[in-house]
Design a binder for this molecule. Structure first.
Ligand code: DAH
Length: 341
C-alpha cells in the first residue's frame, strides 16, 4: 500500500477515535496512541526513508498535514469534553435556592427558672432586692446563726450532704438571711432565690436538689401583719385574686412565732381536688417573725428592730402553675416534657 494511503487510513481511524472519546481520559489515550512519540502516525516518519527520493516531499507533506489536522481536531474535542465535564460537575453540585432553610433549634427558659423569675419580678415590684449566698455553706450559717440548738430535732428535716463536719450543701436559703445581715445594717428588704440540697429520698414531691425563695424584711415596727399582707399580695399576683393565704402555727428555730404558709387551691377553689389532696389548700413554705436571738446574733439592736422572714419552694409554685404532678420531671432533661412550656 502506498504510504499516503496508509497515512490517510490511519488518519480516518484516529479521527473516529477522537470523536468517539467519551471523556478527557479516553481522549488522552487516543492522543498517545496516534500522536505520541511512538504513536502510529508519528511512526510513519520512519517509513519516509523507504520511499524513492522524489516521492518523499509529497508523502512528508501529507504526513505533516495529517498530524496537524488531527491535533486541531483533538484540541476541539478536548475543550468540548472539558466543557461537558464542567457542566456535569455544576449539575451535581446544584444548589436549590428555593429549598426552605434549616431552622436552628432555639431553646427557651426552663419552666422552673421561668417561675422563679416571675416570683422575683413580683417581689422586686414590692421593693425587695435580690441577694445571693453560697450553696456550699458552713455549719454556723446553716444552723448556729439560725438559732438551732446543737442536736435539736428540727435539724433532722434539714439533713444534707456534708463536705466535712463544718462544711455542707445548704438545705435552705435561710442561710442567706444571716449572710446579708452580717454585711449591712437595717433596714433589710431582700429575697434570696436559689438552689438547696437535702438528703431526701427522691419521689414525686421530693428531690435531693431543689429551689427555694427566701424573703427577709427587718426594720423598725415590722409586725406579723406586714408578713401576712405581703404574702397575700404575692399569692394574688401569682394565682389571681381568688387566691388567699392560710397561716397555721408551725415551728422554726429562727422565727417566733412561726407559721406554715398554705395557699387556697385555685384549681378547685378550695372544695378539694387531686392537686390539693382534697384539702383545698397547698402548703408552699414557712414563715414567721424573726427570732430576736437571730437578730442579736448578727449584732442588730433587738429593741429597735423587728422583722419577718419566709421561705417557699419554687418547684411547688411551678407545679401548681402548670399542673405538674411529679417534681422529677423538672430534672429529667426530657425534651418531650420541656418542649411543652
Ligand atoms: N427554711 C425553711 C425550710 O426550708 C422555710 C422557712 C421557714 C423559711 C420560716 C423562713 C422562715 O424564712 O421564716 O423549711
Amino acid at each position: 500500500m502506498e504510504l499516503t494511503e496508509t497515512i490517510e487510513q490511519i488518519q480516518q481511524e484516529a479521527r473516529a477515535a477522537v470523536l468517539g472519546a467519551a471523556d478527557l481520559g479516553a481522549l488522552e489515550e487516543v492522543r498517545v496512541k496516534y500522536l505520541g512519540r511512538n504513536g502510529t502516525l508519528r511512526q510513519q516518519y520512519k517509513q519516509l526513508g523507504t520511499l524513492a527520493q522524489e516521492d518523499r516531499p509529497l508523502a512528508g507533506q501529507a504526513l505533516n498535514k495529517a498530524i496537524s489536522t488531527l491535533e486541531r481536531l483533538m484540541e476541539g474535542r478536548k475543550s468540548a469534553l472539558a466543557e461537558q465535564a464542567e457542566q456535569q460537575k455544576l449539575q451535581a453540585e446544584a444548589l436549590d435556592v428555593t429549598l426552605p432553610g434549616r431552622v436552628p433549634a432555639i431553646g427557651h427558659q426552663h419552666p422552673l427558672l421561668a417561675t422563679m423569675e416571675e416570683m422575683i419580678e413580683i417581689f422586686l415590684g414590692l421593693g425587695f432586692m435580690v441577694a445571693e449566698g453560697p450553696e456550699v455553706e458552713d455549719y454556723h450559717h446553716s444552723f448556729e446563726a439560725l438559732n438551732y440548738p446543737e442536736y435539736h430535732p428540727a435539724m433532722d428535716e434539714q439533713d444534707t450532704f456534708y463536705v466535712s463536719d463544718q462544711v455542707l450543701l445548704r438545705s435552705q436559703t435561710s442561710t442567706v438571711q444571716i449572710r446579708v445581715m452580717e454585711q449591712q445594717e437595717p433596714p433589710v428588704r431582700i429575697i434570696a432565690p436559689g438552689r438547696c440540697y437535702r438528703r431526701d429520698t427522691v419521689d414525686a414531691t421530693h428531690c435531693h436538689t431543689f429551689y427555694q425563695l427566701e424573703g427577709l424584711l427587718v426594720d423598725k415596727g415590722i409586725t406579723f401583719a406586714d408578713l401576712k399582707g405581703t404574702l397575700e399580695i404575692f399569692a394574688r399576683q401569682v394565682f389571681g385574686d381568688r387566691c388567699h393565704v392560710r397561716f397555721r402555727p408551725d415551728f422554726f428555730p429562727f422565727t417566733e412565732p412561726s407559721a406554715e404558709i398554705a395557699l387556697s387551691c385555685t384549681l378547685c377553689d378550695g372544695s378539694g381536688c387531686r392537686v390539693c389532696s382534697g384539702t383545698g389548700y397547698l402548703e408552699v413554705g414557712g414563715s414567721g417573725q424573726v427570732d430576736p436571738n437571730v437578730l442579736a446574733g448578727v449584732g442588730y439592736d433587738t429593741e429597735k428592730y423587728t422583722g419577718y422572714a419566709f421561705g417557699v419552694g419554687i418547684e411547688r409554685f411551678a407545679m401548681l402553675r402548670h399542673g405538674i404532678d411529679d417534681i422529677r420531671l423538672f430534672y429529667s432533661g426530657d425534651m418531650r416534657f420541656l418542649e411543652q412550656f
